[in-house]
Design a binder for this molecule. Sequence first.
Ligand code: ZN
Length: 453
Amino acid sequence: MPTETSIPVSSPVVYSATSAVGICSQLLRIDSSNYGSAGGGDESKVAEYIMALLRSVGYEPTVLESAPGRANVLLRVPGTDPTLDGFLVHGHMDVVPAEADQWSVDPFCGDISDGYLWGRGATDMKDMVASTLSTLLRWKEHGTGPRRTMVFAFVADEEADGIFGSGWLVANHPEWFTGVVAAISEGGGVPVEARHVDGSVRRFYPVSAAERGIAHMTLRATGASGHGSRPDADNAVTHLIDALGRIAHHAWPIALIPASRAFLEGTTRALGIAADLSTDAGIEAALRDIGEDLRGDVRPSSRCSANPTVLRAGYKVNVIPGIAEAEIDVRTVPGTEDALLAQIDLLLGSRVTREFISNQPGISAPLDSVWFSAIAAAIVAHDDTAIVLPYCLGGGTDAKAFAKLGIVCYGFSPLGQDPDGRTGSGMHGINERVPVVALQIGAAILESFLTEV
Ligand SMILES: [Zn+2]
């Protein structure tokens, strides 16, 4: 392996090829775009890079291919205390595609400028993959390692439901996760600053301890096909849009699970906000008062949601089609799945049926656990002003697949605070970038956690 990277930098600083920044830069230069059902993905080049890096220091990783080009890299590192439960660190190697003409840099440049490392995947999640790899290299360098046995899974296909990655591993190679009881991956550990009512700044590190479920559905309305001039027709399109209108305008009630409640209690207390979380109005007020940056994922995860996203019907203006279809993206607060489906059926009415495209219940991990305590301790060790709080992720990650094995999953892909106030941005958007200093501190936080947990 080279000892230094050739990252084009605007500063004279040279980053070691084995540092988190150097590794992340090299990962960002490998295009691992995942087009989902529209064109698939290919993580093989990232997998080759990771395999070579790990082998160069004496690890013996394994590649498991779920399909041509769809590689997953697995590594088991024995702990010094065999009586401790096993632990999983998983990170996805794929990225969402980038529309290069909208970016101000090449999305696969991996360059550093203005204090940022730029490229698709810089915040989702080649940053954490790099921090994980740098920890593994430093363990070898210093002849150390984890206390508990750790499984490292660098997986394919997270950006398209994990069919070739986490889902495939759990279904086909569960033996890799024998003895594992807890896991971390993306979904938290990134600092968010907010102002106390006295004007001073507080720094929070939300850590995901739950995820809403995903219930993607196809809706289908049927009616009498016929001439478009016919009055009072039994019209499939009308049946469908009536149902969609009811769904789109339904006000889903507040449903706070313990992680969401702990987040609101912790943030309002730390910011000096008087909050009454015993009523829906009080919860709404708290969500408003903690500010936009902290609300982020917390507002969506405080209730279920259902958004119409796809419509299919008809082929000619004077022909009434016999079938009209739509797809809706439904997200469920953990534990509300049955009530949600009953409500959806009421809203659909008698003329529209539903069928799941994907149905993955929400997950939640204990808040009062050695895992959460160790996460908080690792963050505080590098930022003694940190306020570490659990929250519920509004979207979904590979954690849903690993949770099926009984593994409790936390979202902890740490970054540090950039002293000049830079923050990571562009996730799934344009000009994705991570502050260099944030990545360096994040790698140190992750190394502390993985070494000490
Ligand atoms: Zn991701």
